[in-house]
Write a protein that binds this ligand. Structure first.
Ligand code: BTN
Length: 255
């Protein structure tokens, strides 16, 4: 943590070889706003909806604790989407084509496999832990496809050169600080801060036919129209009705 300057974007930064889950560690840490924890391996990596996130050595597992005072609670889900934008910037900086499948999957390469996942946890006191799992090295063959049948892939799968995880972590944190800083300065307004526009630009979901399975068992078939300023995805159902879908309600979103 001594690496971090008092006037820099982050309050603290720790790197550990191995832990159970960087999200779990930060969620119970009581840490300051903008505390970072990076692990090179996780033994109990958490995915969305109680799933596990395969976290072998060779990936990058990073969580950031935010306490965005002054941002309305309704805007906090944007941190999840902002982390996706930071990942797109990092992937492109190493020459890998990247886009975002709403809400939180980073798709890489022409085959559009899943290269990263993001798990954001918002607590009652208004703090948010944003957890990012980025597949860097080629994955062991036993990693299962993501729900919806998305094949897992990694940066090195698509870019044969060996990548430095320290360099990638640094770039990711620089991009995340830049995006989150502008967003927060604008009181969490996704339009004013430009994050909505950048999200739309990198979205592979908008304009696509989708089948959304909601946690209540409801299913919507239709075309994804747009992302609203509060982060919800609007799907025009085949019945002609528009549905606003918030990230927390989605079980599967399939093309
Ligand atoms: C998903 O299901 O797609 C989200 C995966 C999120 C994984 C990351 S790895 C760092 C952080 N710590 C965890 O336990 N999970 C997140």
């Amino acid at each position: 943590s001594r690496l971090v300057a008092p006037n820099g974007p982050y309050a603290a930064l720790d790197v550990v070889a191995k832990t159970a889950s960087t999200n779990a560690d930060l969620a119970s840490s009581g840490g300051a706003d903008r505390t970072v924890l990076i692990a090179l391996e996780q033994t109990a990596g958490q995915g969305r909806r109680g799933r596990t996130w395969a976290s072998p050595e060779g990936g990058l597992y990073c969580s950031v604790l935010f306490r965005p005072a002054g941002v309305p609670a309704a805007q906090l889900p944007w941190l999840n989407l902002i982390a996706g934008l930071a990942l797109v910037r990092v992937a492109r900086s190493v020459g890998v084509e990247a886009s975002l499948k709403w809400p939180n999957d980073l798709l890489l390469g022409a085959g559009a496999g899943k290269g990263a996942g993001i798990l954001s946890e918002i607590t009652a006191d208004g703090s948010v832990v944003v957890g990012i799992g980025l597949n860097v090295a080629e994955l062991p063959s036993d990693v299962e496809p993501a729900p919806g049948g998305l094949a897992p892939t990694s940066l090195e799968d698509l870019d044969a050169t060996e990548l430095d995880r320290g360099e990638l972590a640094f770039r990711l944190l620089v991009e995340l600080a830049q995006l989150e800083g502008v967003w927060r300065k604008n009181g969490g307004d996704a339009v004013e801060s430009g994050v909505l526009e950048e999200y739309v630009e990198h979205s592979s979901t908008i304009g696509q036919r989708v089948r959304v399975e909601l946690s209540g068992g409801l299913e919507i078939l239709g075309v994804a129209q747009r992302v609203e300023p509060d982060g919800t995805l609007v799907v025009r159902g085949d019945d002609g009705r528009s549905h606003g879908v918030s990230a927390g309600d989605v079980v599967h979103l399939r093309p």
